[in-house]
Write a protein that binds this ligand. Structure first.
Ligand SMILES: [Fe+2]
Ligand SMILES: [Fe+2]
Length: 499
């Protein structure tokens, strides 16, 4: 294997490892060179992907960016960091290590060997699952296209671009599966993944949350916290799939995904930290740290942060689909999609006799009913997700507590602002109270960001491109990326891009 001069050699591994061949036009660890047909199909798609990246990828002109590139997929030493022009990023196809003894862990094929090819009867369902997952990846890049123009620091700018190139790679991961296993139809779907665009009236992205605009950095951090986390949970179910290439693809994607959620968690945390500081300063000078005063002092008011949180949590909850779903049950029984942490669950992994309770709304109140477990697997996943979301909120509240403030952030009720599932035709307050239409209309401005709130946040979004400096609304991070200092030159802007 030759060593790419840009990425250098891989660190010595201690776990099982397969190296990625960077001498190929498309870096990969799937022996692409042995499959001429597939290689040609992917090489035909590559220039279209690059065109898409240039037109709808990051808008801010840069020379190069300190980026992480995958160089191996083993347990350790999998990534290398260096300054790279973004359009020369080595997007490629990396699957987690194969386990030749892997079996199906759930459903009616439980105990049988995992599939290396797709059984004919599951072809359509699997293709749909892959297309829907694949569609979210480039969508977020499109949503975040212009954020670079208002980056609060070079450190944050680098993190944005890292997330963007990796979402681009996740698109590659799904396109590989489509082209390798779904023939002509798969190649057509791969083309469509570049033709649908976020927010496009004629050809929008498939899922609602991926057509919302990412207007500012607070929303970007909420997005990476709440919506990338939805991605983590979806990938977690596909990683259990009986279809082994899908399972291995998703397992490696999860590895990259962890950084995206780090960006979200710490981004909101640093925003809250700065707001808490400003509130404290106002108090110490004898003032009242209300919304308008905090804003005047250049920080984002806590109630606005709460509204952004309410919005992004509720639209991300919608991504899990209806609580009860025959499709989800069938996907499970057929082995296409497992549960979060399937193998750690202490049950029979078939679920034919299991039930659970679920909430629904009737006569203006939330009631509970017992439903077959197999029918409620979307809800099972959503519950796992919501519990995970609460961890970050606790962390953010720690900043408020450390600053000696009484105020706290909270996740809204699962039924707040929902467009999908049992709550879709009801109005619930963030506390879970069922409301009539008039009360909802009256109060919604207190709970979701209004155009004025977004305007106020936008007014604080001034770019800070000096190394080691940060915009006034956000605290610096405690440490830099990959042991580099916070003031490191993470991004070299193109001349015309420098403010
Ligand atoms: Fe992704
Ligand atoms: Fe992500």
């Amino acid at each position: 294997m030759s060593v790419d001069p840009r990425t250098g050699p891989a660190p010595s591994p201690t776990g099982p490892l397969s190296k990625i061949d960077y001498s190929e036009r498309i870096p990969n660890n799937v022996n692409l060179a042995d499959d001429r047909r597939l290689q040609r199909a992917l090489e035909a798609w590559q220039p279209k992907f690059l065109d898409w990246w240039k037109t709808l990828g990051p808008a801010l002109p840069t020379k190069d960016v300190y980026l992480r590139t995958a160089i191996a997929v083993g347990r350790d030493g999998w990534a290398h960091f260096d300054h790279v022009p973004m359009e020369e990023y080595r997007w490629g196809i990396f699957l987690a290590e194969a386990n030749p003894d892997r079996v199906v862990n759930f459903g009616k094929h439980k105990g049988k060997p995992a599939w290396q090819e797709i059984p004919g009867e599951h072809r359509a369902d699997l293709m749909r699952l892959i297309v829907v997952q694949g569609d979210t990846e480039p969508a977020s890049v499109e949503q975040q296209r212009i954020l670079g123009n208002t980056a609060p620091s070079i450190y944050d700018l680098r993190n944005l671009f890292q997330v963007n190139v990796e979402e681009g790679r996740h698109l590659w991961a799904m396109v590989y599966l489509l082209q390798a296993y779904f023939g002509r139809e798969g190649r057509e779907e791969a083309e469509q993944l570049l033709k649908r665009n976020s927010g496009d009236l004629d050809a929008p992205r498939i899922l609602g949350a991926f057509n919302e605009e990412t207007t500012d950095w607070l929303q970007f951090f909420m997005f990476t916290y709440f919506t990338d986390r939805d991605g983590k949970y979806q990938l977690g179910t596909l990683k259990e799939s009986a279809f082994d290439p899908l399972a291995r693809t998703c397992e490696f994607m999860l590895k990259e995904e962890a950084h995206h959620m780090f960006v979200g968690t710490t981004g909101v945390q640093r925003t809250v930290e700065r707001t808490a500081q400003v509130m404290k300063e106002i108090e110490e000078k004898g003032g009242t740290p209300d919304s308008a005063t905090v804003l005047q002092h250049g920080a984002i008011p806590l109630d606005v942060i709460q509204k952004y949180l309410n919005f992004q949590f509720s639209v991300s909850m919608d991504l899990f689909g209806s609580e009860q779903s025959t499709n989800a049950g069938n996907y499970y029984s057929s082995g296409l999609k497992g549960r979060w942490q399937e193998t750690r669950r202490k049950d029979d992994h078939v679920l034919l006799d299991d039930t659970r309770t679920m909430n629904y709304v009737e006569d203006g109140e939330i009631r509970q009913k017992e439903v077959p477990m197999l029918s409620a697997l979307n809800l099972d996943l959503r519950d796992e997700y919501a519990a995970d979301c609460a961890n970050g909120v606790r962390r953010w509240n720690q900043e408020l507590e450390d600053a000696g403030l009484e105020e706290r952030l909270a996740l809204p009720h699962e039924g707040f602002n929902r467009k999908v599932g049992v709550y879709a035709n009801h109005h619930l307050s963030p506390e879970g109270e069922v409301l009539d239409d008039a009360t909802w209309e009256q109060r919604v401005g207190d709970w979701l960001p209004s155009p004025e709130d977004r305007q106020a946040v936008a007014s604080l979004m001034v770019p800070e491109y000096e190394y080691g400096k940060f915009a006034g609304w956000i605290a610096p991070p405690k440490t830099g990326i990959n042991d580099q200092p916070v003031e490191f030159d993470y991004v070299h802007l193109a001349e015309e891009g420098v403010a």
